[in-house]
Design a protein around this ligand. Structure first.
Ligand SMILES: NC(=O)c1ccc[n+]([C@@H]2O[C@H](COP(=O)([O-])OP(=O)(O)OC[C@H]3O[C@@H](n4cnc5c(N)ncnc54)[C@H](OP(=O)(O)O)[C@@H]3O)[C@@H](O)[C@H]2O)c1
Length: 261
């Protein structure tokens, strides 16, 4: 069995590659720049939006679709027809959007799919790095409570789903072990840095202008609506990581120590 890993240079993908190698599974990576590819694996140079490069894949695929729309997804997954596909999705796939479009396209080409629906990735907090060093993180909805998940837990789930039977047609909810206000996340980043870090509330309009410049108006609006809802209703905490991997999900404080100290 050979597993094709997309996003192998990214946060979760690099740990998926390491986990597959540790399990002795033949691993191939689809990368845009071979110079950035991890060592000791087969390398396919290409682009996930180009079906010709995806066609050089293996029997199973770790799929990332790191875009804000599902445009082009049907053609992109066509080469994976009948293969095992483990897709890094989002809890909000339930409501459609890009993740819903990708899930639907994957379901059309294979019955052997697993969706890793994350609430949010802890790596989002890397965007605060520069501000945190100044002692103040400015953002919208500091009291939004999120169950951010460590990228290693996403990867551990992916390695299980890629290499074991019994995960087909599962929509796992992949979360951290607790739901924490963003302001508390910033405080924990400060503890990891060894200096106090406080949250400063950013007006929604200003946040929307900033977000829209990178992710587009529509995506920015839905992200802000989601965070607003999490002030009253925290993101859920799921036991799926523990159930599938056999270990409890890593807490945000551990993630912060790994990335900020
Ligand atoms: N952030 C969240 O809270 C959240 C929540 C739910 C779901 N997700 C999903 O998680 C996924 C990963 O996000 P991330 O921020 O952690 O990113 P990441 O995995 O750290 O980085 C993105 C990866 O995709 C690769 N890539 C980008 N464009 C590509 C292309 N055209 N063809 C092939 N590879 C390409 C990049 O490779 P290069 O080295 O070539 O740049 C990189 O390895 C996204 O698909 C996102 O939808 C995120």
């Amino acid at each position: 069995m050979t597993v094709l890993v997309t996003g192998a240079t990214g946060h979760s993908g690099r740990h998926v590659v390491a986990g597959l190698k540790a399990a002795g599974v033949a691993t191939r990576v689809l990368v845009r720049d071979p110079a950035k590819a991890p060592e000791g694996v087969d390398v396919v140079q290409g682009d996930i939006t180009d079906p010709a490069s995806a066609a050089k894949g293996g029997d199973a695929v770790y799929l990332l679709w790191p875009f804000f729309t599902g445009e082009g997804i049907k053609a992109a997954v066509e080469p994976f027809k009948g293969k095992r596909i483990v897709y890094l999705s989002a809890m909000s796939a339930e409501a459609g959007g890009v993740w819903g479009d990708v899930e639907a396209a994957v379901e059309e080409v294979t019955d052997d799919w697993t969706f890793l629906r994350v609430t949010g990735l802890a790596t989002n907090a890397l965007g605060w790095a520069e501000q945190a060093r100044t002692g103040v993180v400015r953002g919208p909805y500091g009291q939004a409570k999120r169950s951010l998940v460590h990228e290693r837990d996403v990867a551990d789930m992916a390695v299980k789903a890629l290499t074991e039977d019994g995960h087909a047609k599962q929509r796992y909810l992949v979360t951290g072990p607790e739901s924490l206000a963003q302001a508390d996340q910033a405080r924990l980043v400060g503890e990891a840095l060894g200096k106090p870090v406080r949250w400063e509330e950013q007006p929604r309009d200003e946040a929307k202008r900033q977000l829209a410049s990178s992710m587009g108006e529509e995506f920015a609006e839905s992200a802000l609506n989601h965070w607003a809802s999490l002030v009253e209703e925290p993101e859920p905490v799921s036991a799926d990581v523990a159930r599938v991997t056999g270990h409890v999900a890593r807490p945000f404080a551990e993630w912060a120590r790994e990335h900020f100290s």
